[in-house]
Design a protein around this ligand. Structure first.
Ligand SMILES: [Cu+2]
Length: 149
C-alpha cells in the first residue's frame, strides 16, 4: 500500500516536471496572472477626478497606480528629453495579456506620447484597466487605472 502511494507520488512529480519542461521548451507563455484586483484603498471617496501621469526617462509611469472616479480624466505627459512612449491598453499589442485588461463595458486605447506631448482620456466605465507602453512593456513600463463609481 505504501509502495503504491510512493509510486503515485513519483508519477505526479514526474508529470509536473515534464509538463514544466515541455512548456518552456515550446516557448508557451506562462499562465496569465490572476484576475486584476482593485488598488488597495481605492474607493469613491478617495478617488480623484483629474490625475496626471508622467511617462519618464526611467521607462516608468508615475504614478503607476491611479485611483479615478467614474467620469474622471487621466492625462499622460511625456517628460523625457528624447524617449517616445505610448499609453496603450490593447490586448492584441501586449507582450503579456495581464498588461492589457479592459473591464466589461469598457474600451481600450492606444495613445502616442512623443517627446514633449500629452494625451488624455476620460473613463466612463468603472473597473480595472491595466495598460502599458508599447516599446517598453517588457522593461516594466506598465500602469493601472482603477475606476470606481
Ligand atoms: Cu515607454
Amino acid at each position: 500500500m505504501t509502495r503504491h502511494r510512493d509510486l503515485l507520488l513519483l508519477a505526479t512529480v514526474l508529470a509536473s516536471a515534464l509538463g514544466l519542461a515541455g512548456c518552456s521548451a515550446a516557448g508557451v507563455p506562462a499562465p496569465a496572472k490572476p484576475a486584476p484586483t482593485a488598488i488597495a484603498g481605492c474607493t469613491p471617496a478617495s478617488a480623484r477626478l483629474r490625475v496626471t501621469v508622467d511617462a519618464n526617462n526611467s521607462f516608468r509611469f508615475v504614478p503607476a497606480d491611479v485611483c479615478l472616479r467614474v467620469g474622471g480624466t487621466v492625462t499622460w505627459t511625456n517628460t523625457t528629453q528624447g524617449v517616445d512612449h505610448t499609453s496603450t491598453d490593447e490586448p492584441s499589442l501586449a507582450a503579456s495579456a495581464s498588461d492589457a485588461t479592459i473591464p466589461k463595458g469598457g474600451h481600450g486605447w492606444n495613445l502616442r506620447l512623443p517627446v514633449g506631448h500629452s494625451a488624455h482620456l476620460t473613463f466612463k466605465q468603472a473597473g480595472i484597466y491595466h495598460y502599458f507602453c508599447i516599446p517598453h512593456e517588457t522593461l516594466g513600463m506598465v500602469g493601472v487605472v482603477d475606476v470606481v463609481g
